[in-house]
Design a protein around this ligand. Structure first.
Ligand SMILES: O=c1[nH]cnc2c1ncn2[C@@H]1O[C@H](CO)[C@@H](O)[C@H]1O
Length: 533
């Protein structure tokens, strides 16, 4: 045995504290811990206290509806419990900073989307087979606005006389929906079920990543027929902004899928090109900013941008077309186009390496044109270890990605972790999305604490909240807060600050966004402290 000098118990504890603190100092919020305002320090303690209490009173208690509750458990099973907690209620008021990873076609509450569609006389619906009690569970509606001359005289989707493939006006289809299938309410529930993932699907019938992705992609097919229609597009985007503002989000970088190339105009003709989609997005930004200003709340919404996306399914030649379109949009709307990304199931579609010549050419073209469109790539949204989806992380970084979407498998890569930390490549982590899409069974198994403990910047994101039910960012913040003993309100504050810090905002715009957020943050901490007195 070595001749280690004997130390006292006090010395041991001092060493121990230093040792733990030394490792914790890697975390992004560490520097602030010694400089917290009084309100921040107290709010952090209040939140820890409430979390500890609710861990006992709520998450360890017998619950008839949920047999074995625990903090950070499956979101779809525990959502009803979460919304009743004091902790969640607090988080709904937290200023969240930026939402940096959300797919526009899954950002609005599906009931609100359906309501918008029911107001449109041109909107029609059809099914590929007859609907009955046996078939309704596996039948997807297809929606489309039709030109007036093609409006259908049919009135019922569920009548014996209905021939699969025939269009029926949506409002009529709803009113006349078979009472045996629930009547109009049954119609709503059927459509909503096709736009969302329910707990039985996520946790029983579609429990693998491949099966749940099949269900997941079907929700986008259904939604696209409703959203890609000019009279819906604009109010849809406004609704997204307003709901985000209500949840404390003050700036947004939304991913829009331009794969479809055109949407339907008011007359029901599918001819509206991407530049009009972007123009309308810009109009929604301006209008919501004006509305907020009129209410004296202009600091609560600083704007939004678009990350141009298309699906990683196309041939390299087709991809070149989309890359060129992205550059043209950037030239026309320099303040709105924020970056470029490829979306879709990484495990089954093309990896980044498939498009290297096109992606490099894209960068060269930017030099020629004197513009900058950063890559903001999805990468590593997988359970794979060395699979093409996992290896996407290397290509994303080599191609100079500004942030990484998901980066679920990043924790397996020591070198890449180091690079993300040094180069401040923020990870847009989407914990609830990852859990529902079956990359993790619950929050305690999610890699987010690994990334946070290494001091890599994280932006917390909701990904596709209309499909998952995690509207806003409060749910994702909640799941992170209850599944760590290290993380507290101060950690969440750092994540919110980092979302603005790693956005594509620059210069004065970024400084203003951070300053406004900081003020709101201090006010919020005071509100939390007031709960305790
Ligand atoms: O988490 C995700 N990873 C990759 N692709 C996604 C994710 N969420 C949505 N999409 C994809 O984005 C398109 C809609 O804008 C859809 O095609 C959907 O598959």
């Amino acid at each position: 045995m070595s001749d280690a000098s004997v130390i006292t118990v006090d010395q041991y504890f001092a060493n121990r504290e230093g040792f733990i603190n030394d490792e914790r100092s890697l975390r992004r919020e560490h520097a602030r811990l010694s400089a917290l305002s009084e309100a921040e320090a107290r709010a952090d303690r209040v939140v820890r206290q409430i979390r500890a209490t609710e861990a006992q009173t709520i998450w360890s208690a017998e619950n008839d509806a949920v047999p074995h509750p625990f903090p950070g458990m499956e979101f779809l099973t525990s959502r009803d419990i979460i919304v009743k907690t004091k902790l969640f209620n607090i988080l709904t008021k937290m200023p969240k900073g930026a939402l940096l990873h959300g797919h526009l076609d899954a950002m609005v509450n599906p009931r609100t989307l359906l309501k918008l569609a029911l107001e449109q006389p041109a909107m029609h619906v059809r099914t590929p087979n007859t609907l009955n009690a046996a078939s309704i569970k596996r039948t997807l509606p297809e929606f489309s606005p039709l030109p007036k001359e093609e409006w259908s005289p049919l009135t019922c989707l569920t009548h014996d006389s209905y021939m699969p493939g025939e269009w029926v006006p949506i409002q009529k289809a709803r009113e006349s929906f078979d009472p045996n299938l629930g009547g109009p309410e049954g119609f709503d529930n059927w459509v909503i079920g096709c736009l969302t993932i329910n707990p039985a699907e996520a946790y029983v019938t579609h429990k693998t990543t491949d099966k749940i992705w099949a269900k997941f992609t079907s929700t986008f097919r259904v939604a696209s027929g409703l959203i890609l229609y000019e009279p819906i597009w604009y109010p849809y985007i406004k609704e997204f902004f307003h709901a985000s503002i209500d949840d404390g989000i003050s700036y947004i970088e939304a991913r829009i899928n331009f794969g479809y190339k055109t949407m339907c105009n008011a007359e029901g003709h599918n001819i509206v090109p991407a530049r009009e989609w972007v123009r309308e997005f810009g109009r929604a930004i301006r209008d919501v900013r004006r509305e907020m200003k009129e209410k004296g709340r202009e600091d609560e919404f600083l704007g939004a941008r678009i990350i141009y996306t298309t699906i990683r399914r196309y041939t390299p030649d087709e991809m070149e077309w989309y890359l060129e379109e992205c550059l043209a949009l950037k030239q026309e709307f320099p303040d709105i186009i924020a970056g470029f990304d490829l979306v879709g199931h990484e495990d089954s579609l093309h990896p980044l390496i498939y498009y290297i010549p096109q992606l490099l050419r894209f960068q060269e073209r930017q030099k020629e044109l004197g513009i900058h469109v950063p890559f903001i790539f999805h990468a590593g949204e997988t359970l794979g270890d060395g699979t093409p989806a996992d290896v996407n992380l290397y290509d994303a970084i080599l191609l100079g990605t500004k942030r990484i979407g998901h980066g679920f498998s990043l924790a397996k890569h020591p070198k890449l972790m180091q690079i993300c930390k040094e180069k401040r490549i923020a990870i847009e982590m989407c914990p609830i999305s990852n859990e529902i899409l079956r990359l993790t069974s619950s929050m305690p198994m999610h890699p987010l604490p690994i990334i946070v403990n290494h001091g890599i910047p994280v932006a917390l994101c909701s990904d596709d909240p209309a499909v998952f039910g995690n509207m806003g960012l409060s749910f994702d913040y909640f799941q992170v807060l209850v599944s760590s003993e290290i993380s507290g309100l101060t950690t969440l504050g750092q994540i919110a600050r980092d979302s603005l810090e790693h956005s594509t905002l620059e210069g004065e715009d970024k400084a203003r966004a951070l300053a406004v957020w900081e003020k709101r943050w201090q006010d919020f901490c005071k509100e939390v402290v007031a709960l305790d007195t």
